[in-house]
Design a protein around this ligand. Structure first.
Ligand code: 2SA
Ligand code: GDP
Ligand code: MG
Length: 428
């Protein structure tokens, strides 16, 4: 059985967690392949007639489904303190987390990289990226610089010490001389990381091999992205991006599954657009409509609680996501949030200094200047949260989805009409 990849089409928070959780019922393995605890996936589950909300940061959303084996792939950066906090939190709520596997090659977010992330942002001032401050960027920088600490290093004190020394050699000069903060002490860092070794050991595996064997046994594997297409370090709005590969290509490098094994790429597209942190956002709304989307859609960061910037749907981005990820089908989420609007604008192209662009501009400067060109669709007022078939949706909501489908150039296989696990319309 081939693998399925699930990615975000915009700037994140499209509802990937809910989509993964829903698919969890049909898959055997859910693999997180990029990012770390900068991600925030909210999953709402009905348990004994009550709605229960789970906010996951580092762990794959599939951990909430008992039959799933959740995997943290080699492309992920792991904050060990957060890992065990999150596992303890879930165990306390009765979730069995014993099946979790972690790649021996995943990198560890060392405490000094959390510090560096925060002080660098402060140092950048107006030029900051608006990171989540979790140490993600500095940890990926260490990985590329070949001074990173990997999960497997935690089990060899001698190697760990050498690596921490190598990493801190230069960093401490930066911390002290440039950022005017305290130096990190090798002994302290080593001691902290070693303290996790015993609990970590049984979870660590050659996860690429585990997945190869699973695929050979016809198991279903879902590769779940953190962040999204426009936050991808190569294909996003650089430098206002995260530091990992959040697009479909990253699913292979971040898990060790070869491209020939992937048969389907699902992209999650929110019915409007949000962004957290700095960077260009052509359809951003600084008016009552923006406030309406933020309030109705509860658009606040799952990890940091930051209010998300909100704007209308941008299908130039949708088309770009289709192309970069090779999307086979889209899940449109939060269609219910658009209920009650007189007209629903869709950005179909950009005006860049008087020139029309139907595709993402080649240069980032042009993207910063892009003015949205809108097409307006008639709105609907009916509560759609109870709809379970496409035909039950009001005619104007159906027309909106069909127009988006036409504009993004890929099939819409499901539509989210509420946060709950089963508030979804599947189209066959
Ligand atoms: P980082 O911390 O180095 O990855 O930040 C770099 C940029 O990536 C953005 N980013 C995100 N954008 C949306 N959602 C994210 N996850 C959380 C959530 C965010 C939160 O799901 O709500 O709670 O604030 C996420 N993670 C990273 C970030 O805003 C920077 O623009
Ligand atoms: P992720 O990072 O892509 O997993 O998304 P987040 O969990 O950060 O943000 C998506 C939010 O939207 C969560 O609070 C979900 O519970 C919620 N959500 C997901 N799908 C829907 C939907 O169809 N309708 C509504 N109203 N909320 C949804
Ligand atoms: Mg999120």
């Amino acid at each position: 059985m081939p693998a399925i990849v699930l990615v975000g089409a915009q700037w994140g928070d499209e509802g990937k967690g809910k989509a993964t959780d829903l698919m969890g019922e049909d898959v055997d393995y859910v693999v997180k392949f990029n990012g770390g605890n900068n991600a925030g996936h909210t999953v709402v589950i009905e348990k004994d007639g009550k709605l229960e909300k789970y906010a996951l940061h580092l762990l794959p959303s599939g951990i909430l489904t008992p039959s799933v084996t959740p995997i943290i792939g080699n492309g992920v950066v792991v904050d060990l303190e957060v890992l065990f906090e999150e596992l303890d939190g879930l165990e306390e709520r009765g979730v069995d987390t014993s099946k979790l596997l972690i790649s021996a090659n995943a990198h560890v977010i060392a405490p000094y990289n959390r510090t560096l992330d925060k002080v660098t942002e402060r140092f950048l001032g107006k030029r900051k990226i608006g990171t989540t401050g979790r140490g993600i960027g500095p940890t990926y920088a260490d990985k590329m610089n070949r001074v990173g600490i990997r999960i497997q290093d935690i089990f060899d004190e001698g190697i760990l010490r050498q690596k921490v020394e190598a990493a801190l050699d230069f960093k401490n000069q930066v911390l002290v001389k440039i950022y005017n903060t305290r130096a990190a002490e090798v002994d302290r860092v080593v001691e902290e990381l070693l303290s996790y070794a015993d609990r970590l050991r049984p979870m660590v595996a050659d996860t690429a091999l585990v997945l190869e064997q699973a695929l050979n046994e016809d198991k279903n594997v879902l590769l779940e992205a953190g962040q999204a297409t426009l936050l991808d370090v190569d294909h996003g709005t650089y430098p206002f991006v995260t530091s990992s590969s959040a697009t479909a290509g990253g699913a292979c490098t971040g898990s060790g599954i070869p491209p020939t094994r992937v048969s389907r790429v699902i992209a999650i597209l929110k019915a409007y657009t949000t962004r957290v942190g700095e960077g260009p956002f052509p359809t951003e709304l600084d008016d009552d409509n923006g406030e309406f989307l933020r309030k109705t859609g509860a658009e606040y960061g799952t990890t940091t609680g930051r209010p998300r910037r909100c704007g209308w749907l941008d299908v130039v981005i949708g088309r770009y996501a289709t192309r970069i990820n090779g999307v086979t089908d889209f899940v449109i989420t939060k269609l219910d949030v658009l209920t009650g609007l007189e007209r629903v604008p869709i950005c179909v192209a950009y005006d860049v200094d008087g020139v029309r662009h139907d595709e993402m501009p080649v240069g980032q400067t042009d993207f910063h200047h892009a003015q949205p060109i809108y097409e307006e669709m008639p709105g609907w007022w009916e509560d759609i949260s109870g709809c379970r078939t496409f035909e039950e949706l009001p005619a104007n909501a159906q027309a909106y989805v069909l127009r988006v489908e036409e504009l993004i150039g890929a099939r819409v296989s499901a539509i989210g009409v509420g946060p709950g696990r089963h508030e979804i319309i599947e189209r066959h």
